[in-house]
Design a protein around this ligand. Structure first.
Ligand code: ATP
Length: 784
């Protein structure tokens, strides 16, 4: 197809795709998208959103491209269009394309395995059906009057309780002196939690949301019911989302209505009256407390929906940490945050601090009234001490994770040594049994086979919220305009004692890119990649991997990346199929993934061959199949063609190109410059811990501005005669060859055609290797 015909095409995305709202996450704006056929939810950046919303079958690619360049100042070339359409096509999002494949069902996201201390259990076999029935019964969307009456009743209870607050407080104090009675009140209030959760689900269902699970959670002896709602962000207006977040409190207040009536009709001296009074006061207080804008309460969710922000608390934490580092003159500062966002995230941090202080003071006040006078000091300090203990536990938990991470780092160092050896020996020694770096542990929140159209999938998380990864840092324009940043490094520093391995490295890798990292031995490539993979902690700067910080290690994040290492990580005495099935079991991946991975790398016939009987090229393919098993969004390749013969290298290149054309993002370190030139969209050249050049291979070669070299037998022409030709800059005799240097190859070739046998002329233009050698100072001249 010609370029004109291609650009005249008018493809369209499937009309049934549901476009969700645009949300702020950290300093970045994201757009949500849902595929109703698979239930997959996607997250796209502003540029993808711009294109997807215009791919409606009425506009040509040319027209959309023009609008795009007007909006973003970047032209979309045929290659970028091809990539974008392939991405959409392979995810089944284009109209008339192949049917989308539903993701492999995975366990409830964001839930760890259940144990004695913490866990969860499903309590309703078919939660969506139950919610459908409730929805039909209540039909809140068709009965606004019913909603108004319920709201009025709830407000009425609130007002009446406020009016009788003094009496209710005295009755609560009286009840608190009788632990059994207080426990009974607590039990009744606990039951109202079920209504609270069902109300969230019912409101969401009313506006098209889906309740996927109803169950019971427990943590350290405390139990509570939950109702997991998916798709809250797709409920339409912000008002609906806010109403869904507040519905639980509405149910809490309505639950109190009959108890208020009983309390009202009971004689003043009835023995049970104080207990009902306590129930009313505590019910209202706990209900209203839930509306505080403090994570993870309902009020916090409502505020996030009202402001159109995803992960407000997380964004605020990141912002505060960045601000603190900026004060110490460390880190990238707050460049990415315009004043409005500084106000938002800074304001929320202050609000959280103020609320925490106020709640501590209030708790102290209440305890002061409840405890005897001799315990006044304890009353004031107990809440603060409890909070400090909770924070300490949290901190210790984090420390534990860090220490575990460090242990992983140490074992990574061990593997690094093994890897260095395997570069010089044979890359397939069975040194370490186990999948090592390429085997991220199974995570229930991982979504194997759930690679999204253009960006990470969203995990339906607790209580109807979607996964809210950390904020991403800014985007820089690159050659692949249709992609979003998946790896962002900003001023990353890493020292090993006196050695500064990375000295302020900043770069961005975008989705769908084949990104090469080149550099001489000891340049810092391995350190750089391991920091991005979350195997090492940077000493300075920020790192974002798929929108999140890779350190401390996060198993859910690990499941989204694939790492191909040198082949030292194989179960060598197993067959290729057994090895892959073992790794697939570790990931919790569908066993079918093994067949697919073998097919993809062309090793189907070697499924039953022992790993240690495979050739070098086959083992490299197996390493790639291992990295692909769980359908990662981002693949790290470490010298994928090391120690392969030229034919095996070319075969592997074809495989890598096919991975690239599937829209996968690939980060590849290599010492083979021809490989980088043939495969990479962009390459970063690292030397002395710094990025000394970052561009497309062509761009680097162009920047070198090296002349082309034409070589012909010296017997054909003299150097003087050659120099007289138009366009020849230099002519030298090297051995039995005459070498001409020129920037006008075609002119010189035409002129030469009249003088010599043109078949005897060899042309050599500059290569990436020339640019590399020139940049790294290992060669200042254009070599032949
Ligand atoms: N664990 C470590 N302890 C001390 N120094 C280290 C460690 N790992 C790397 N270094 C040093 O940091 C620098 C960068 O090393 P790194 O392995 O990242 O470079 P590289 O570009 O990957 O090298 P190669 O191409 O040889 O693998 C080197 O000077 C190296 O000696």
């Amino acid at each position: 197809m010609t370029t004109d015909a291609f650009l005249a095409a008018r493809p369209r995305v499937r009309p049934d795709l549901v476009l969700g709202p645009s949300l702020l996450r950290g300093p970045t704006r994201i757009h949500l998208l849902k595929d109703p056929r698979t239930g997959r939810r996607l997250e796209v950046g502003a540029k993808e959103h711009f294109i997807i919303t215009r791919l409606d079958g009425t506009r040509s690619l040319e027209e959309i491209g023009q609008a795009y360049s007007g909006a973003f100042g970047t032209r979309l070339g045929e290659a970028q269009w091809g990539q974008m359409l392939r991405l959409l096509g392979t995810r089944g999002l284009l109209d008339g394309g192949p049917a989308p494949v539903a993701p492999t069902p995975v366990p409830t996201p964001a839930e760890g395995p259940s144990g004695f201390l913490s866990g969860h259990t499903r309590m309703v076999a078919d939660a969506p059906a139950l919610m459908d029935r409730l929805h039909r019964l209540t039909a809140l969307d068709r009965r606004p009057a019913l909603l108004a009456v319920l709201t009025a009743l709830a407000v009425g209870v609130l007002a009446l309780v406020a009016v009788s607050a003094g009496t209710l407080w005295r009755q609560t104090v009286h009840t608190a002196e009788q632990p059994v009675l207080l426990f009974a009140v607590g039990c009744v209030l606990w039951c109202s939690l079920a209504l609270h959760e069902l109300a969230h689900g019912l409101f969401a269902r009313t506006w098209g949301g889906r309740v996927s699970e109803i169950g019971l959670r427990w943590i350290l002896g405390a139990t509570y019911l939950y109702c997991q709602v998916d798709d809250v962000q797709f409920l339409g207006s912000r008002a609906r989302k806010v109403a869904t977040a507040c519905a639980g409190v509405l149910a809490n207040l309505l639950f109190l209505v009959p108890f208020y009536v009983i309390w009202l009709v009971l004689p003043a001296d009835a023995q049970a009256r104080p207990a009902f009074g306590a129930l009313l006061l505590l019910g209202v207080v706990t209900g209203l407390a839930n509306l505080l804008p403090l994570a993870p309460l309902d009020g916090y969710r409502a505020l996030g929906h009202a402001l159109g922000v995803s992960g407000l608390a997380e964004g605020s934490r990141t912002f505060t940490a960045l601000a603190a580092r900026a004060l110490l003159r460390r880190g990238p500062g707050l460049r990415a945050y315009p004043p409005r966002l500084r106000l938002l995230y800074g304001g929320f941090a202050l609000l959280t601090a103020a609320q925490t202080a106020a709640l501590l003071a209030l708790a102290g006040l209440v305890l002061r009234h409840l405890l005897p006078d001799g315990m006044a000091l304890l009353a004031w300090w107990l809440p603060t001490a409890l909070l400090a203990a909770a924070l300490l536990l949290w901190g210790l938990g984090n420390l534990g994770r860090r220490l575990r991470g460090r242990r992983t780092e140490e074992s990574a160092e061990g593997r690094t040594e093994g890897r260095t050896e395997s570069r010089t020996e044979h890359p397939s020694e069975d040194r370490t049994p186990g999948p090592a770096r390429s085997a991220a542990p199974t995570s229930p929140s991982a979504e194997p086979g759930h690679v999204t159209g253009v960006r990470a999938p969203l995990d339906p998380a607790r209580k109807g919220e979607m996964n809210e990864p950390h904020a991403q840092t800014g985007t820089a324009p690159g050659p692949v305009a249709t992609t979003e940043p998946v790896v962002v490094l900003d001023g990353v520093i890493k020292r090993y004692g006196e050695v500064t391995a990375l000295d302020g490295v900043s770069l961005t890798v975008r989705r769908g890119e084949f990104f090469g990292i080149l550099g001489p031995n000891g340049a810092g490539k391995t350190t750089l990649v391991e920091i991005v993979e979350g195997m090492r902690e940077a000493d300075g700067g920020t790192v974002s991997l798929l929108g999140q910080s890779p350190w401390p290690r996060d198993t859910a994040l690990l499941a989204r990346i694939g790492v191909q290492t040198q082949a030292s990580a194989f179960f060598a005495r197993l067959t290729a199929g057994e090895h892959l099935r073992t790794v697939a079991a570790l990931y919790g991946t569908d066993p079918d993934a093994v067949r697919i991975a073998l097919e993809r790398v062309g090793l189907t016939e070697k499924e039953n061959a022992r790993v240690d009987h495979l050739s070098g090229g086959q083992r490299q393919r197996l390493a790639i199949a291992t990295a692909l098993l769980h359908e990662p969004e981002l693949i790290f390749l470490d010298e994928p063609t090391a120690a392969l013969d030229p034919e095996a290298r070319r075969e592997l290149w074809a495989l890598l190109r096919s991975l690239r054309s599937e829209g996968r993002t690939i980060v590849c370190t290599t010492h083979h410059l021809d490989e980088a030139e043939a495969l990479c969209d962009r390459v970063a050249i690292v030397a002395g811990g710094r990025i000394i050049a970052l561009d497309t291979p062509r761009g680097l070669i162009r920047a070198l501005a090296a002349p082309a070299r034409l070589m012909l037998p010296a017997t054909e022409l003299t150097a003087e005669a050659a120099l007289a030709l138009p366009g020849v800059d230099r002519a030298t005799v090297e051995g039995d060859e005459l070498v001409l240097e020129t920037s006008a190859v075609n002119h010189v070739l035409t002129a030469l055609g009249d003088l010599v046998d043109i078949e005897s002329v060899t042309v050599r233009t500059a290569t990436l290797e020339d640019a590399y050698l020139s940049l790294t100072g290992h060669g200042t001249e254009h070599r032949s």
